[in-house]
Ligand binder design. Sequence first.
Ligand SMILES: [Mn+2]
Length: 479
Amino acid sequence: MASVHPVTALADSATACAERLRAADSVLLASHIDADGLTSAAIAATALERASIPFETVFSKQLDAAELESIAASDHDTVLFTDFGSGQLDLIAGHEAAGDFTPVIADHHQPADASTEYHLNPLLVGIDGASELSGAGASYVLARALASSTQQDSDNRDLAALAIVGAVGDMQAGVDGLSGANTQIVSEGVEAGVIEESTDLTLYGKQTRPLPKLLEYASDARIPGISNDAAGAIEFLSDLDLDLKSDGEWRCWVDLADDERQVLVSALVQRAVKSGVPASRVDDLVGTSYQLTREEPGTELRDVSEFSTLLNATARYERADVGLAVCLGDREAALDRARQLLRNHRRNLSEGLEWVKTEGVTVEDNLQWFDAGNRIRETIVGIVAGMAVGAPGVRRDLPIIAFAEKSDSEIKVSARGSHQLIREGLDLSAVMREASRAVDGDGGGHDVAAGATIPAGRQAAFVDHANELVGEQLDEKSN
Ligand SMILES: [Mn+2]
């Protein structure tokens, strides 16, 4: 058998974690609810099952003190945390010291200030957890170590497929695909015959969207007369010398032969160049994509990015059970349910977007905002805010802040910026944290996308603080 450690730097911690799990009486597997967390759990669950280690699975949106209390109250001697745990290490270490359970952690988030023995995290060995290894990747490294320390048939390399879905779900892939430790997992998946890597059109929906929808919905490409333009997309396709319909229905990208794909790509590139789309965005039309070779062509599961979107749709509506079942191979009831959740999610997004377009945004000196009240779910208001940028009346050169009711007493705040604004000094993570704390709330996140929760009725004061903070950040950088 080839090396069992796809990421050599993590070999020692993976081996130690695997040994601890082997010695457990029973394991509670606790994982985060999102595409990366669901795939992390599916990888860990499959590996534990194959190693004949008894376990139960629980999911959580946020691993806080209350959640850890309930985990501690279950009677498992060992708790395996995947895609979270590192950031809550201080709390977890407290439970460990109290003898509640032995923690084993496979995560890629920034560790809190504490330490524990069985801790597998790329950041501890100088690997970037934001771009080079996901929670699912860390779980995969653990799964490979578990296979090698048990008498079992599988070497768990087939689980690389789910690890890649998790990494892509956590936005670790660029136009040129995955990088760093992730590429070692891709290689193992290719060797195991579960992953295929190819250079292809980068637009989302190659497996499941009829060609006009594939082009129309590719809003990132921003090709005038095609993106966000149903009639324009159909006209563009009809003008090509290709037979793109079958039985009167538009075909999907996946149905096209190589030569047909080439004709379409070059026509699209030509059209983009002619319409004045910047060269960098034209280049981004083609890049690296990953397919799961054991999945049915023409399904969401065949394409890694469509698979991760399907999982996120289950997670966003708190149906981790559905997402996990799909990851574990349910292609009947769970897959149907997941598809239903995704349709529902898309409907919610487009209704939310229509609402913002109708109501408009309020523009301040340094930001723009809208308050959706209970018209847009708080779990999707951030995505809707991001989608609204560029719509008539919504500016690209200002960050956007969105409010939505979380409960009677709490308001969810979501903020989105652009990479251009980040280069100019914007850090929405700091803005959300400081502005929310100024109104008795709390928040944080990333420079380009962040969130907060504030008490109801404090929106106006929050906008004032945020407006001022953004102004300071952009000023400081330009001076
Ligand atoms: Mn993750």
